[in-house]
Design a protein around this ligand. Sequence first.
Ligand code: S3P
Length: 448
Amino acid sequence: MTASIVTLNSVDPDEDLIVRPPTSGIALRGTIRVPGDKSISHRALMLGSLAEGETTIAGLLIGEDPQSSAACFRKMGVEISELNSEQVKVKGLGLGKLREPTDILDCGNSGTTMRLMMGILAAHDGRFFSVTGDASLRSRPMSRVIKPLQQMGADIWGRQDNTLAPLAVRGRSLQGIHYHSPIASAQVKSCVLLAGLMAEGETTVTEPALSRDHSERMLRAFGATVNVDRDTHSATVSGGATLSGQSIIVPGDISSAAFWLVAGAIVPDSELVIENVGINPTRTGVLEVLQMMGADIEFLNQREVTGEPVADLRVKSSRLQGCEFGGEIIPRTIDEIPILAVAAVFAEGTTIIRDAAELRVKESDRLAVMASELNRMGAKITEHPDGLEIVGGTPLQGAEVDSYTDHRIAMSLAIAALNTRGKTIVHRAQAAAVSYPSFTSTLSSVIK
Ligand code: S3P
């Protein structure tokens, strides 16, 4: 470990991350593990809370986002043991049996907590809930879940004409619907399907492209019937289901592994093995794009763990080429576009990312922020309404950049800084704790 290359100034209220690669350059080497998958961690806590009996969860992500989910369900009477990555126990209350909380449910920075939970709360007939989040979450669109829930008969009120949190929900008995979602969003799909489990009749969600299917897989594991039509990107559940407690093993998060895949690819003379990474095909767009760019990535030891495909991934540095991507691959690589933008900056030629306007309503406006912060380091990125055009191959210079309190931006900028001349300061780097609290220590451990 070369401690002086990466320093986290934790005395500073902004927790700046300082990256100072030596002029001789660095290499990244080692075998590492990434924290548990964030999407699967939320779902394990939520379905565990709604199931009859006990659920045990191994490999849970101990990040701020799952802590927000756990805190909300504890406030509604669910006993959840202290979160750790070994074993978490959830004593479920059964579908429709959450208690009315005596206080506001705070989702922190977590869009998944707020949007999935809205489907659950809306179906709790006769109970009243108020829901809020941090400044970022309070600016993110909630009408995408409020509208379908209202079609099911839900009573929801929100700021700015029912579009923004804080939200108030009065639980009602809901009717199943067929919802044609205008966006490919697993959060919208999961919200409506969760409400559908407690609604009368069948509920179907059809989306324009397939989004991550962890909810469908885990609902089946908990005993619900979920019918999926892959051709029309539709999923159907029926009301009156019962879920029973399960033993869940959460695989490592491919969205966190993506930082090491890009780091290993762009930093010369590097080789990293990332063990135990979830490779659900609705999440592997990042691997496809990196392979299209010429990255050297090998899949080792492929296996299935509690209904999710898993592998160890080996990456070796290589010369990357720019590429174009958009359309149906976007939902499968939605959270990895910031780090793919970093890969593109170090690739030969131009990369064009299209159809990614959804990035503007994530934890930050990820198109605007990645363009502005990488350009501060000397990159050549032009922002478009739905994407980025990145002219690669210009060496970067260290600069002061900001995470805009977005975890994936903080980590993407830190990886870019590894291949940069001079010192980079990433302001507000503590944001990484939302999904990857040990990011800085793993980074230090792989620098050789
Ligand atoms: C998530 C779905 C995605 C993703 C988010 C987690 C989930 O959001 O960006 O980080 O766990 O369902 P959308 O479904 O809104 O695209």
